[in-house]
Design a protein around this ligand. Structure first.
Ligand SMILES: Cc1ncc(COP(=O)(O)O)c(C=O)c1O
Length: 409
C-alpha cells in the first residue's frame, strides 16, 4: 500500500507551519564547535543540583501517591504555595490557589492562550519585536498581528492606545514587560501604570509573560501589570529560568472564570498532570531556596552581560544601538536610526551563514517581528550560556564579519 500523502492529510490549522529559526540554527550548529549565542538557555552550572538531590529524597519519602495521576489544574500543594511565590517583590501578583493553573512551562500556557482566544483573522496586539515562541504558539490559530511600537522603555503607551482606537476588536495584548525576549528591555513603573489604565479604559485583556523578573542582577523590582489590573491581565510564570527548564513547570494566573475555561481545555491535552516535578518545585519554594539561587544566577550572568556589552563596543562598528538590561538573558543589537543607509550592505542571513562557518551563531532579528519584512538589521545575542572567554571570541568574530561587509561594499 502506498503511504498516505501527508500534505493531503494536514489540517488547515497546521499546514504551512514553519519551524523555529532558533531550532534550525541549533540543528545547523549541533555537534560542531560553534559558540552558540543564539539559544535562550540558562547556564547549566547554575542548576541547583545538590538541592534537587535533597528535595528528590524528601518527595519520594512522601509515599507512592506522588507518582499517582494528579488533577488537571495541578498538584494541590504546589497550587497552595504559589501565591506566596507570585507575591514576591518582583511580581506582586494578586492570586489564590483557585485562580492558578499549572502548565508544562510557560510555552504550554501560550499554546493554551492561543487555542482559547484566537479564531482565524482575530487581531492580537504584540510588541515589535516580540517573543518568537509566542508567535509560534499563536500562529496555528491564524491571528492578524497588530505590532505596537516600542522604544528603549518597551511599549509606547500612546501607540497601544491608538491601536485600541484603530482596532476596537483587538482580542488581547501579548507583552513581556520585564527583561523582554528578544530585547532585554523592561517597561518602567510609570509606563506600566499607564498601560494598566489603558487596559481598564478600553476593557481589554493583556497576557503578561514573565519568565525573567527573578533574574534581576541590579536595579529595583517593578510590580507586574497584573498587580495593577488583575481583572484585565493574565499573568504567566515559569520555573525554567529560576530552577531548571528540565522540570517544565510554569503556569497561568487569571480570573477564576478564565481558569475554569482553561482547565476544560487542558483536560483534552493532559487530563492529569504529573505530580513528581510539581512536588519538587513546591518543596523548592517552601524550603526558601529561591533567594540563594537567584543570587547565584546574578553572580554568573552579570559579568557575562558586562563582557558582551564591552566586546560589542570594542568589536562592532559604531552603527548599532544595543540594550544593556538589568537582568534576563539577552542583548539586542539593532542598526542606529542615523545608519539606516547602511542597511543594504548587510544581509543578516548571509552574515549568520558566515558566522556559523567562522564558529559562532546568533539569531537574526527578523524572526522576532510578527509581520517581518525579512530585512530587519538586528540580532539577538544570548549571554547566559557561554563563558566570558567564548562571549568575547564570538562577538569579535561577528564584528569582524560586519566590518568586512561595510568595507567591501
Ligand atoms: C518570553 C518567554 N516566554 C515563554 C518562554 C517559554 O519558557 P518555558 O516553556 O521554558 O517556561 C520563554 C523561553 O525562553 C520566553 O523567553
Amino acid at each position: 500500500m502506498a503511504k498516505p500523502e501527508l500534505s493531503a492529510l494536514l489540517s488547515q490549522k497546521v499546514a504551512g507551519t514553519k519551524s523555529s529559526p532558533i531550532r534550525d540554527i541549533l540543528k545547523l550548529t549541533e555537534n560542531k564547535n560553534v559558540i552558540s549565542l543564539n539559544g535562550g538557555y540558562p547556564a547549566p552550572e547554575s542548576f541547583p543540583i545538590e538541592t534537587i538531590r535533597k528535595l528528590t529524597g524528601i518527595v519520594i519519602d512522601k509515599g507512592p501517591d506522588i507518582f499517582q495521576y494528579q488533577k488537571t489544574e495541578g498538584y494541590q500543594p504546589l497550587l497552595d504555595v504559589l501565591p506566596s511565590f507570585l507575591s514576591r517583590k518582583n511580581r506582586q501578583v494578586i492570586s489564590t490557589s483557585e485562580n492558578i493553573a499549572i502548565t508544562a512551562g510557560s510555552q504550554q500556557a501560550l499554546d493554551i492562550i492561543g487555542r482559547l482566544f484566537i479564531d482565524p483573522g482575530d487581531k492580537i496586539a504584540v510588541e515589535s519585536p516580540t517573543y518568537l515562541g509566542a508567535l509560534q504558539a499563536f500562529n496555528p490559530n491564524h491571528p492578524q498581528y497588530i505590532e505596537i511600537a516600542t522604544d528603549s522603555d518597551g511599549i509606547i503607551p500612546a501607540s497601544l492606545e491608538q491601536a485600541f482606537i484603530d482596532h476596537p476588536d483587538i482580542k488581547f495584548l501579548y507583552t513581556i514587560p520585564t527583561f523582554q525576549n528578544p530585547t532585554g528591555k523592561t517597561i518602567p513603573l510609570s509606563r506600566r501604570t499607564e498601560i494598566a489604565d489603558i487596559l481598564k479604559k478600553y476593557g481589554k485583556l493583556a497576557i503578561e509573560d514573565d519568565p525573567y523578573s527573578e533574574t534581576r542582577f541590579e536595579g529595583e523590582d517593578i510590580p507586574s501589570l497584573q498587580s495593577m489590573a488583575p481583572d484585565n491581565v493574565i499573568h504567566l510564570f515559569t520555573f525554567s529560568k529560576t530552577f531548571a527548564p528540565g522540570f517544565r513547570i510554569g503556569g497561568i494566573v487569571a480570573p477564576k472564570d478564565y481558569i475554569d475555561e482553561i482547565n476544560k481545555l487542558k483536560q483534552g491535552m493532559e487530563l492529569f498532570t504529573g505530580g513528581f516535578d510539581q512536588a519538587l518545585v513546591a518543596e523548592y519554594i517552601k524550603g526558601g531556596y529561591l533567594d540563594e539561587h537567584v543570587k547565584r544566577i546574578a553572580e554568573i550572568y552579570r559579568p557575562r552581560r558586562d563582557m558582551m556589552a564591552q566586546a560589542i563596543t570594542e568589536h562592532f562598528p559604531d552603527i548599532f544601538d544595543f540594550t544593556v538590561s538589568q537582568g534576563g538573558l539577552f542583548i539586542w543589537v539593532s542598526l542606529k536610526k542615523d545608519a539606516q543607509q547602511l542597511a543594504s550592505k548587510i544581509n543578516m542571513k548571509e552574515l549568520l551563514d558566515e558566522a556559523i562557518k567562522a564558529g559562532v551563531s546568533f539569531v537574526p532579528g527578523a524572526a522576532f517581528f510578527a509581520n517581518s519584512k525579512g530585512n530587519e538589521i538586528a540580532m539577538r545575542l544570548n549571554f547566559s550560556n557561554q563563558s566570558e572567554e567564548n562571549i568575547v571570541k564570538g562577538i569579535r568574530i561577528i564584528g569582524e564579519l560586519i566590518n568586512g561587509k561595510l568595507s567591501l561594499a
